[in-house]
Design a binder for this molecule. Structure first.
Ligand code: ADA
Length: 570
């Protein structure tokens, strides 16, 4: 399932996870052949999953069809997909329900008057690229295909609560909050209906009203402000979650919220009024046997490793992560940076300036901000990664995304990961400056060049009049092939990687300009030569654990340092 807890007690939810019929469609003729009504041939695969882990399909890029037969008691049904990579067209008994673009966010379709009995759900999945794809074909990870997160059917009855966004403002002393909630209602019944709508926070009723809706009507209701006192703050490694429950006569929607305040002031990042040093790591959701379709046990294992290492934050490079993982972070008090898959190296300047591409990325930000809004763990939104932010073509995109997230993203800092360190013209569009720098790995500069780099950037920041903006080292690191050791200081060995990371971390920790670090990267990840990058083993080997989560020397080096930094403070 996509969450760690049941989102409904009243609403009937049927999981469609499990075995689905599957058929690759390399000639893209399934529509003409009537696959929407049901697949005539094919094998079986597991959903959630990626097709690339099926034998013979590792590098299949194209169209594929999925089919699931299910039983329902009928009525109004909501078909909910956790994520489909990359484009999905969904059909019920051959009738198109709609489509969705973008591989990392949830979407759903509501269908009325479904008859009781058996039905066929088919999904046409397309993971090909075009000129406006996000991401573009060239990426430094593996471009999988498939239904990668859970699918479920919800049976909607009467007036239902389909969505809730919870907003709050904390008092200056952080002990009280003024809150309101935005609730989207839908009448699934075939006639005008009335319900008693109630909102509970941690079991206490904070709002109630009678609501009337016509058959099939949708309505957004914003509750009046209400106050909560004696707030238990959600904090780093000290999470306090409040249960949120919207209840109607026939339906309910359960979520959670945590009260915390994140700020960037005077070159520092503050959580709940205290300066925090981000001790982080970049993590791709990738595993050789599962691709991006992570079972929860594996997410938990990754999180255990991250916590054991002394991290207090994870960057979800380079796309919105599974909500079950975010639930785990909410529950453990680990901070999260969430971004959309605009991975700059693949984008030509004219593509970045293309209004259709900007709009497609904005739609992804809208979805991310909407569905991830209530997660307290998300404290940073990332607008894009390593685009040519030194060029005027990047300005409009940066500006629009920044302004959108500031207005609609809740209490979060907005940033972008810049590799145009000295030359970016987009630093106006971030609250925190984030730098991706690979001194000691790419190019010929030795590790000792880091000190000079930090000083140059300090001057640059002053020159830009941005000394009030905190600086985060959002990427740095180097590759090590697991098990490769020498007596010499060779790039590619575990020894060199451990030395590089320890050198950088000590330097950044001692530098008052640097508010935090995200090591590149958590685990070795699969890459694909045909996507334009040629990596040893066809893996990006900069993980501090390998792809099976076996620790390299650097893991132990980072662990010792991050635990020491946690004790020392910045
Ligand atoms: C970039 C990029 C990462 C990864 C890294 C590397 O900074 O953002 O996704 O490709 O470089 O390993 O070179």
């Amino acid at each position: 399932m996509n969450r760690l807890f049941d989102e409904h007690e009243k609403r009937a939810v049927r999981s469609l996870d499990g075995t689905w019929k599957f058929c690759a469609d390399p000639q893209d003729e399934g529509e003409a052949r009537g696959y929407a009504q049901g697949l005539p041939e094919g094998t079986h695969v597991t959903v959630p999953g990626v097709w690339n882990t099926e034998l013979g399909l590792l590098d299949y890029e194209g169209v594929a069809w999925y089919e699931k037969r299910f039983f329902t008691e009928g009525g109004t049904l909501r078909f909910r997909f956790g994520a489909v990579m990359t484009e999905a067209k969904v059909y019920l008994d051959g009738e198109a329900l709609g489509d969705h673009y973008g591989g990392f966010c949830q979407f759903d379709f509501v269908v009325r008057d479904v008859t009781p009995g058996y039905h066929v759900l088919t999904v046409r999945v397309d993971n090909r690229f075009d000129a406006r794809s996000i991401p573009q074909k060239k990426v430094d990870w593996y471009h999988y295909g498939g239904i990668t997160r859970s699918v479920s059917i919800e049976r909607l009855q009467g007036i239902c609560a389909l969505y809730q966004q919870f907003d709050y403002t904390l008092s200056a002393d952080l002990t009280a909050a003024v809150c309101h909630s935005t609730i989207e209602l839908y009448n699934a019944a075939g006639r005008k209906s009335k319900t008693r709508l109630r909102l509970f926070v941690d079991g206490a009723e904070v709002f109630a009203a009678d609501v009337f809706l016509q058959a099939g009507e949708s309505k957004t209701l914003i509750t009046p402000d209400f106050s909560l006192s004696d707030i238990r703050l959600w904090d780093v490694l000290a999470p306090q979650l409040y249960d949120l429950r919207v209840v109607t006569d026939t339906d309910d929607l359960i979520d959670r919220v945590g009260f915390r305040l994140v700020e960037a002031k005077e070159g520092k990042i503050l959580l709940n009024g205290r300066e925090i040093e981000l001790r982080g790591i970049n993590r791709h959701e990738d595993h050789p046997d599962w691709g991006m379709a992570f079972p929860q046990g594996l997410m938990k294992r990754d999180l255990d490793i991250v916590l054991n290492m002394g991290c207090n934050t994870v960057r979800g490079s380079h796309y919105p992560n599974s909500r079950a993982f975010l639930d785990m972070l909410d529950e453990t008090g680990v901070l999260f940076w969430s971004e959309i898959p605009i991975w700059g190296c693949g984008f030509a300047p004219e593509t970045l300036a293309d209004p259709a591409v900007i709009e497609r990325g904005l739609a992804m930000h809208r979805e991310m901000a909407r569905y991830y809004y209530n997660h307290p763990s998300i404290v940073i939104w990332g607008t894009h990664n390593e685009i040519r932010s030194d060029l005027p073509e990047s300005v409009e995109m940066s500006k629009q995304y920044y302004e959108y997230l500031k207005a609609n993203g809740g209490n979060r800092l907005v940033t972008f990961a810049s590799n145009m360190v000295m030359d970016s013209i987009c630093y106006a569009y971030c609250d925190v400056i984030s730098l991706n720098v690979y001194i000691g790995w790419y190019g010929s500069k030795p590790l000792e060049a880091w000190g000079g780099f930090l000083d140059s950037f300090r001057h640059k920041r002053a020159e830009l009049g941005m000394e009030h903006k905190a600086v985060v080292m959002s990427e740095f690191g180097g590759a090590a092939i697991y098990g490769h050791h020498t007596f010499d200081d060779l790039k590619g060995t575990e020894e060199y990687q451990a030395k590089l990371l320890a050198y950088c971390l000590e330097l950044f920790h001692a530098d008052p300009m640097i508010a935090g670090t995200y090591i590149w990267q958590f685990c070795d990840i699969r890459t694909a030569p045909q996507m334009g990058l040629d990596r040893a083993r066809s893996y990006n080997n900069k993980g501090i654990v390998n792809e099976y989560r076996r620790p390299k020397m650097s893991y132990h080096a980072v662990k010792a340092l991050y635990h020491r930094f946690a004790k020392e403070g910045k």
